[in-house]
Unconditional design. Sequence first.
Length: 264
Amino acid sequence: MDKQKYMGKDKEGVIFPVAPNLFEMSDSYLRFIEEIKKEIQKQRVSVVMNANASMIFLYWNIGRAILIKQEEEGWGAKVIDRMSKDLKIAFPEMSGFSPRNIKYMRKFAQCWGDEEIVQRVVAQIPWRTNIALMDKLKTQEERIWYAGKTIENGWSKTILELQIQSKLMERTGKTVNNFPVALPPLDSDMANQIFKDPYLFDFLGTDMPRREVEIEQKLTEHIQSFLLELGQGFAFVGRQVHLEVGGQDFYLDYSDSLIIPILA
């Protein structure tokens, strides 16, 4: 078995593992790694789509509960402002409970009275896209048609709005035979959009790690500019650098990014 490569000088108990160059690998490995990457991407999209469906269905349930209570109790619009305040206190990390968004939840339940359609169709698309369907279209027939096309083609909210503006439904026919049940195209605008959806990150409680990644990127850019100003003599090795200490794996995070002096 080939000896594993390491970076830098040997020091007992501390090593920086280095992967072999890609040109050293066989064609079968290159095909294999591409298959693995596709499977990872597919499962990531599947997980995030399932999480999105849970959030959309929660919003629908909240909207429906408001409609029922307003009908039963005669509650006015001011109850939504009170709900917003109470939910923000209970879930301060979530941005989805503004008065405006709760009103959209109520409208969402008004637009979609059939629970099965919610689960099978509109729960498969991002919340902002659902808002566009509510704001831009007047009939359920139109909303179902454009929702189906959004999933089939992986449209982002912006592309959906452009298709509505161009009256695509009138130009291509109104028939919808089957509701889409598959994932959107893995490299589609919708798949990319949903990975950046702040409502979904807040719902999952993963907004802080996402912000940490953004901070890391900004710090790395700052380090790059700083090193350029220093001139020759220093090198930025990388961020999240892998090293092994005493047989255990460690990674230098953005606050410990590895900068080393270059000795002549």
